[in-house]
Design a binder for this molecule. Structure first.
Ligand SMILES: CCCCCCCCCCCC(=O)SCCNC(=O)CCNC(=O)[C@H](O)C(C)(C)COP(=O)(O)OP(=O)(O)OC[C@H]1O[C@@H](n2cnc3c(N)ncnc32)[C@H](O)[C@@H]1OP(=O)(O)O
Length: 215
């Protein structure tokens, strides 16, 4: 198996929150840039100007890049952050803008709006994006944020097309058997229920390796 390291980083929760606050507005602006890139009808000169400006700002940001992935990090207070996560990374403009909430009974939900960057069928959400959202929300639901759970099997039923726009994703643990956690979930859009899913999430026998770093 490839190396899988959860990294303990020597940053206070306040420092982590401050870093997040610094980059989240940038992430949101990049999401708007992605949508504008898809939808723009600008002239050649405007597009050329945008290309030069984006390249310039990317070079400035890249000057301080030290690794090729952000990883899963945590601090001594148990605050964890996974800024590059493809399903939810706070600093990942490609990730859907999901803000997952947990109910007192452990069930979860997220309300979000999917725009032009998530299109598959005309005006509707790409099936792989729905699968990404469900995999992520169901994985977090299984883990209860207290144990690692990996997707073993994910079964999706695409019952109706899901229009772009506001959607709700919901999940709950149906039952557990040993290391297996069975999760059920759904996605509802403006036309009603679009997807139903069930999945088996498994706590591995090995513990993720925890690595302490100076930072
Ligand atoms: C801390 C903060 C956290 C924070 C956590 C945040 C969570 C975010 C989650 C994101 C979700 C992801 O994308 S995770 C990434 C995508 N998934 C992966 O990469 C997983 C790759 N697969 C694996 O690593 C492995 O196959 C595992 C861990 C899934 C299973 O391996 P294993 O543990 O060796 O399994 P094994 O002993 O053979 O079987 C144990 C039991 O599970 C069953 N089983 C085994 N594999 C499967 C399977 N694929 N689907 C169904 N059932 C299975 C067996 O029949 C058996 O049942 P019985 O005989 O006992 O009845």
């Amino acid at each position: 198996m490839g190396e899988m390291v959860f990294r303990q980083v020597d940053l206070s929760t306040e420092e982590v929150d401050a870093l997040e606050a610094r980059y989240v507005p940038l992430t949101e602006a990049v999401r708007e840039l992605v949508a504008a890139t898809i939808l723009s009808n600008a002239d050649d000169d405007v597009v050329a100007e945008a290309l030069a400006a984006v390249r310039e700002v990317t070079a400035k940001l890249s000057a301080s890049v030290e690794t090729d992935h952000s990883g899963v990090n945590y601090n001594g207070a148990g605050r964890s952050w996974n800024w590059g996560n493809a399903g939810s990374g706070e600093r990942n403009a490609i990730a859907p803008p999901i803000d997952l909430k947990t109910n007192p009974d452990g069930s979860t939900y997220a309300d979000l709006v999917l725009g032009a960057a998530y299109e598959g069928p005309p005006g509707h959400v790409h099936g792989g994006v729905s699968a990404l959202l469900l995999d992520h929300l169901m994985g977090v639901t299984a883990s209860q944020m207290s144990r690692p759970t990996f997707t073993g099997t994910l079964t999706l039923r695409y019952r109706n097309p899901l229009p772009l726009g506001p959607i709700r994703v919901e999940g709950r643990v149906a039952r557990e058997e040993g290391r297996k956690v069975f999760v059920e979930a759904s996605i509802t859009g403006s036309d009603g229920i679009a997807l139903e899913a069930d999945g088996v999430f498994i706590t591995p026998t090995w513990s993720p390796s925890l690595e302490a770093t100076q930072n």
